[in-house]
Design a protein. Structure first.
Length: 411
């Protein structure tokens, strides 16, 4: 296994569960890839490099947590409830899907998002018939209350792209697997303590307890393929590992690294940024909880104890601004959303992920490779591969499971 991101961890756990001997080689000093936690020396709290909202319908994530004994790592409300706050108008509302697969709740005006009509929701079903060239805007329209208050924030959060460029073909599977399965599949979940201690570390600990070797700071420099046959060796700095009969390799690395190791491999080339702002609050608050923010710079506000964390996706332009300017712009929005009143800017940390995901546009989605390669014992995993899902934790883990199944069938 090359790579210990979420795709690599899911793959390694699946292979180990089925009795396969697994060795994980990770180029960095930590597992989890972009999902990691650290104690920030400025706000003196553990924070995630980026916020991730998981839904109860994310089957691969929940299965992974159950396998590694961390089934209680995620917390959230007993029922699906998504609070929103419009920074322009001051309106607040809660999106609460109904229990059934058929959204009868949309027939009740009081259950719909304020200012929206039933016809706007019906138009959203056009996403189910999106072709590969369609953007979200081309299917649901460019304006209107529902676009502003649902489709745009949902698209930006899920696809890390604006509706006018985001691939509509990736949004519908998310809707189908969550809202399309009723309230029980839509319940929001966040890591109780953080992504590192709740998702990544339990996986690493489980792998080690079950005989898997995990080697950090072990970057793969080259693959030794034999034309028309299987990969023959792996080359690390100062070390070469020859592969024998029955050995297999899963390459779970970012797309740029994969294309360097496998010349000629077609991969997505563009990327999009995400900016996260973490603020130390004046007092602890009950939670954790999540608020969707409309009409400002901030998009999603996560609160855990006395830390408020804001996520801004599709943030290429914002990521170029100085951290002080970003914090000064976002903090007043946090104060309004949390009813704090005017507060001086507290201690904060701005985290910029300039290559947070691949650009999930129709042209870039078309460049996603399959898990299989032309070599008999080499497979690909990662949220950038052709999973049919967006580049999320769920998509990454499903890619790992797919690669694991291919590997077990072949060797």
């Amino acid at each position: 296994m090359i790579g210990a991101g979420m795709a690599g961890l899911a793959c390694a756990v699946e292979l180990t569960r089925h009795g396969r001997r697994v060795i994980v080689h990770e180029a960095t000093t930590h597992a989890g890839g972009r999902c990691r936690s650290f104690v920030d020396d400025v706000i003196d709290r553990m924070i995630d490099n980026g916020n991730h909202l998981i839904l109860s319908g994310n089957v691969a994530v929940h299965a992974y947590l159950n396998h590694v004994g961390a089934e209680n790592a995620l917390v959230g409300p007993e029922r699906a409830d998504f609070p929103f706050f419009d920074l322009d108008t001051g309106e607040r509302w809660n999106l609460q899907p109904g229990a059934g697969c058929i959204p009868w709740w949309l027939l009740v005006p009081g259950r719909r998002i304020p200012g929206t009509g039933l016809a706007e929701y019906v138009r959203g079903f056009r996403l189910a018939f999106a072709c590969s060239e369609d953007t979200v805007t081309s299917r649901v329209g460019a304006c209107g209350p529902l676009v502003r208050r649902l489709w745009e924030p949902l698209t930006v959060a899920v696809l890390n792209a604006t509706p006018d460029e985001a691939a509509a073909s990736l949004l519908w599977p998310v809707i189908r697997e969550t809202f399309g399965r009723g309230e029980a599949a839509c319940r929001p979940r966040v890591a109780r303590r953080g992504l590192g201690p709740d998702l990544v570390e339990p996986g690493i600990d489980w792998l080690k307890r079950n005989g898997c070797q995990v080697q950090f700071s072990h970057r793969l420099r080259a693959l030794g393929p034999v034309e028309g046959q299987a990969t023959a060796f792996l080359s690390f700095a100062g070390e070469r590992i020859d592969l024998g009969v029955g050995d297999a390799v899963v390459l779970a690395v970012p797309p740029t690294a994969a294309s360097e190791l496998l010349p000629g491999l077609t991969v997505p080339q563009g990327s999009r940024a995400i900016v996260n702002a973490h603020f130390r609050l004046p007092a602890e608050r009950a939670g954790p909880f999540v608020i969707g923010l409309i009409g400002g710079t901030s998009q999603w506000l996560f609160v855990r104890s006395d830390v408020a964390s804001v996520t801004v996706s599709a943030a290429d332009a914002l990521a170029e601004e100085p951290a002080d300017d970003i914090a000064a712009r976002i903090w007043p929005e946090v104060c309004r959303a949390l009813d704090l009143g005017p507060q001086p800017l507290p201690q904060y940390r701005i985290v910029k992920e300039k290559r947070a995901t691949f650009a999930q546009t129709p042209s870039e989605v078309a460049r996603r490779p399959a898990a299989t390669t032309r070599w008999k014992n080499l497979w690909l995993a990662g949220d950038w591969t052709d999973t049919g899902l967006p580049a999320t934790i769920e998509g990454a883990m499903r890619s790992g499971l797919t690669a694991a199944r291919f590997a077990m069938m072949a060797v």
